[in-house]
Ligand binder design. Structure first.
Ligand SMILES: Nc1ncnc2c1ncn2[C@@H]1O[C@H](COP(=O)(O)OP(=O)(O)OP(=O)(O)O)[C@@H](O)[C@H]1O
Ligand SMILES: [Mg+2]
Length: 216
């Protein structure tokens, strides 16, 4: 891909899995030969600390992102995927990132609270759409789901979202220790040690399916 695609990962709910999704998408896209930049706009700077590790994955991470410079950072990138890892609150920084996005991805855990918070993020998107008079596509992603069983609450949320035509991805990001290990070991899924971490293959397959569905 030689054009540019800006994907903002936003969710008003803290801990929904934004930083994890941004990181694993960056890894999958890089592994498949794409150019990727993560804009780390999470105040805890998880991507910047990840970069301090020993991963050989060659994607860039932009740090020190504020509401005053986020637009400039996005505009300065010529090509490839730009993944903006946002903070878990509504703020001017989040609104500006959404305004620059070609796609907003909203991760939520299968709980009623998270689904409510997704509604807040969707409202932010609708506000930016009105300001800009352009459509800002978005997708909701269920995260940390159990790969073996679908919980009742998960089914209920899925049904409710489908009933009101909310764009929920078919793939879900499962709960996998490999996704945690990525931030602990500070390497990519492809560089984790199978002797130390269970289910790496499944985590990679899930991450690849999710990424393909989001970018296509
Ligand atoms: N799919 C997953 N499998 C296992 N653990 C996960 C998964 N997604 C997130 N986690 C864990 O849940 C916690 C919160 O995830 P993460 O930091 O990605 O959320 P966040 O939305 O970026 O949070 P914040 O709003 O604080 O920025 C972390 O400890 C992370 O390792
Ligand atoms: Mg985060």
């Amino acid at each position: 891909m030689s054009e540019k695609m800006v994907i903002a990962i936003a969710s008003a709910k803290g801990g929904a899995g934004k930083s994890t999704l941004a990181q694993i998408m960056a890894q999958v896209l890089t592994k498949h030969g794409q150019r990727v930049t993560i804009i780390d706009a999470d105040p805890n700077r998880p991507q910047v600390s990840w970069r301090a590790g020993r991963s050989a994955m060659a994607f860039s991470i932009i740090a020190d992102v504020t509401e005053n410079n986020v637009v400039r950072h996005v505009n300065a990138i010529d090509e490839g995927y730009v993944l903006i890892d946002l903070e878990g609150v509504g703020s001017r920084l989040v609104s500006r990132a959404i305004a620059k996005a070609d796609l907003v991805v909203i991760p939520i855990q299968p709980s009623g609270l998270d689904a409510n918070e997704a509604g807040k993020t969707i409202n932010l998107i609708l506000e930016e759409q009105e300001v800009l008079e352009r459509e800002i596509p978005f997708k909701v992603v269920l995260t940390r789901t159990n790969p073996a069983i679908r919980s009742k609450i998960e089914r209920k949320i899925t049904d409710e979202m489908t009933a009101i035509d909310l764009p929920l991805t078919a793939s879900q990001l499962n709960e996998r220790s490999a996704y945690k290990a990525v931030f602990v070991e500070k390497v990519s899924l492809y560089e984790l040690d199978p002797a130390q971490v269970n289910g790496i293959e499944k985590a990679i397959a899930n991450a690849e399916a999710m990424t393909a569905e989001i970018v296509n």
